[in-house]
Design a protein around this ligand. Sequence first.
Ligand code: DGL
Length: 268
Amino acid sequence: MKPNEQAIGIFDSGLGGLTILRAVKKLMPKENIIYFGDTAHSPYGSKSKETVAEYSLNIAKFLESKKVKLILVACNTASALALPVLKRHIKAPVLGVIEPGAACAAKVAINKKVTVLGTEATVKSKEYIKNIKKLDKSIAVTQYACPLFVPIIEEGLAGSDICKLAIKRYLTPLKTDKADTVILGCTHYPVIKEDIAKFLGPKVTLVDSAEEIAKRAKEALLRAGLLKTGGKSSTQIYASDLSERFARLALNIIGGKKLKVKENRFYI
Ligand code: DGL
């Protein structure tokens, strides 16, 4: 296999990272992709740094065993808690989602007020605040954990009454912050982006890091002379706990008619 034909590895705790996969496929349609959803251990957002780092490293090693040329950590929680460990132990280049999301928000925040929505672990890590302040100290950042969003999305309840209630419950306090930019600091949240946008109104710009990380990935591959621009492409999806629901919801996110999901129980 030629080096540029090696796949891009992408992982998340479950379905959320597929919003990144979707952006990567759109920008680089000829790339081969291997996706891993750690459904057996989802959600990550309520777990400790040590646990998330261990799960993430196991997945990255699995992707490395598949000879991927680049790994995208398509999970804010894993990016916040495990990126240094991954960079230390994995030979392939590793990109996280937080820095690209922070950069995007700093660019579009006209009133210099940014709100971050994320898992408990991402919020606790303060990684978004650190990354935004590095770019522009004058931006005020508030954060809110929305722990029910991930299980609601993994259950296929996006758009339901329960989902709308959770949005109301978590996002009502945002109205007093008056931030014009809200970061969807969890890769699951773009699945309920429309409902969030409806609740927050048209004056708020929602930022998700999908396009930005896809752009960064393309630049990194171009720089390394590893971009694949022709030939057939394949997308393989692995889940650590496979269910028919996962396959169905995955298809909703990435489109298409049929999806072969590969089960992998290598470390359970
Ligand atoms: N998509 C993950 C993230 O971006 C979800 C975390 C979770 O499993 O709680 O943080």
